[in-house]
Design a protein around this ligand. Structure first.
Ligand SMILES: [Zn+2]
Length: 455
């Protein structure tokens, strides 16, 4: 009973943090321009993206309208890799620029983009126009996927659209327009897709989504092999599933693997945490996760589906929490087996507060650390184990972002053990250890070459 009450309290904390105090999860604001002002993190309340594909001109133009609030006067921080053509804040034309986050110790260069105009605290409207350069056009159609990577910095939604950071969950909408296409186009997405006219679609994404959640891919229908079916979820709904591919391979095999894996995870961790599931068999040697979607090869599918629970159901609030879901997804979905006897003192979560990468030790030592903790839990009480914790974790933290401290608190509440010294040594340690296994990474590193290969 005691445990249940504790979980309820923690659950409320998650609720509050998501609904009212998003900026509590943001890194500290910092001084720029030799003390001339502060760069300030902001809270996006909504983002509308109007994306126009012009097939004849082979250009992709995006007009973004972003409503946000800030609590401190300063230059608003956001990100977009591509330099915008037009930036307007509250009706006033301005510009944007790349800035460096403050460095401490051996931190690598961490960059953000800011609006070049300081603003007072309050509600604001930011309008940005830019072009997406990576779109592929054929004679009569377009092929554009917003494929992301969490290996390396600045490779999430900011590769394609102006957006905020992982701590911020918000309502996002796309309006997609294709001009001059002679080929029939098809859209795959984890949002709610609606045809609004001829070659005109809207997509509304669930409001628990953040910068790492969105899945969007438009391509020519010809040459795309598509399978739609429904999965009877453990919560009794018929969940729509789409599997598609552009290569050879047995669709029935992918379907069977998907259903088998989903059923296993639902039995262990509860109902699939998203309205739909979209799978693109096109991982090019790996995979990448989204909220209720993945681009993957068959061998990485269980790992990527596990991420719809861990990583894109419960989402990391920052780079220092990035290892958590790799540890969890690898533990429950492979492709490697955990060795609870091989844990190392190391730094997985003691990087800069501005860290935007994902510590790759999560796949190995992070996973081993969780397996080790599971054994300690069972020693204290044989009704407890790591799968039991993960089920509880989904119940209290699903659709929320999390920090490592929140994970530690929840593990301590579940086990009634003091884990502080273990976390200090194995998670917040000082040692830098490079992943000794040198195993193939289940996440493809997306570069322009990969994008070309998988589209
Ligand atoms: Zn992963």
């Amino acid at each position: 009973m005691q445990t249940t009450i504790l979980f309820s309290i923690i659950g409320l904390l998650y609720l509050n943090s998501a609904a009212f105090a998003k900026l509590d999860m943001a890194p500290p604001n910092f001084t720029i321009n030799k003390g001339q002002g502060n760069a300030v993190f902001v809270d996006f309340t909504s983002a509308d993206y109007e994306i126009t594909y012009d097939v004849k001109k082979a250009t992709t133009t995006v007009i973004s309208k972003i409503h946000f609030t800030n609590e401190e006067r300063g230059f608003p921080i956001f990100d977009l890799v591509e330099k915008p053509m037009r930036v307007v804040i509250d009706g006033k034309s301005t510009d944007s620029q790349i800035i460096e986050a403050p460095r401490s110790g051996e931190d690598e260069l961490i960059e953000f983009r800011i609006v070049s105009e300081p603003i007072d605290p309050g509600n604001h409207l930011l309008v940005i126009e830019h072009q997406i350069k990576s779109t592929q056009y054929s004679k009569g159609g377009v092929n554009s996927g917003f494929f992301m990577s969490d290996i390396g910095s600045r490779a999430l939604l900011e590769r394609y659209l102006p957006c905020n950071f992982e701590y911020d969950q918000l309502s996002m909408r796309f309006m997609i327009k294709v001009i001059g296409a002679t080929e029939e186009e098809v859209i795959f997405t984890n949002g709610k897709l609606k045809q609004e006219g001829n070659n005109l679609w809207s997509i509304a994404f669930p409001n628990y989504f953040n910068q790492s959640s969105v899945y969007f891919h438009i391509r020519e229908k010809a040459g795309t092999d598509i399978l739609h079916f429904e999965h009877r979820s453990i919560d009794d709904r018929n969940m729509p599933i789409t599997i598609y591919k552009t290569s050879r391979g047995d669709m029935e095999e992918y379907k069977n693997l998907t259903v088998k894996t989903l059923s296993k995870f639902e039995n262990l961790f509860g109902a699939f945490p998203h309205p739909t599931l979209t799978i693109y068999i096109g991982g090019n040697g790996g995979g990448m996760e989204y909220s209720g979607a993945t681009v993957t090869d068959a061998w990485a599918l269980p790992h990527e589906l596990a991420h719809s629970f861990f990583g894109r159901g419960v989402m990391p609030a920052n780079g220092n929490a990035g290892w958590i879901d790799e540890a969890m997804a690898t533990l429950v979905g492979g492709p490697y087996a955990a060795d609870p006897n091989d844990i190392r003192a190391m730094n997985m979560s003691n990087h800069s507060v501005y860290y935007r990468d994902n510590d790759s030790n999560g796949y190995t030592y992070g996973m081993n650390f969780l397996a080790f903790l599971g054994i300690q839990f069972s020693k204290k009480n044989n009704a407890l184990n790591m799968n039991g914790f993960l089920k509880t974790w989904m119940e209290i933290a699903d659709h929320h972002v999390t920090t490592v401290q929140m994970l530690q608190n929840n593990l301590e509440n579940y086990s009634q053990l003091d884990l502080n010294s273990l976390f200090q040594k194995y998670v917040f340690g000082k040692s830098k250890i490079i992943n000794k296994f040198n195993l193939p990474n289940p996440h493809m590193k997306i570069d322009d070459e990969t994008l070309t290969q998988i589209q």
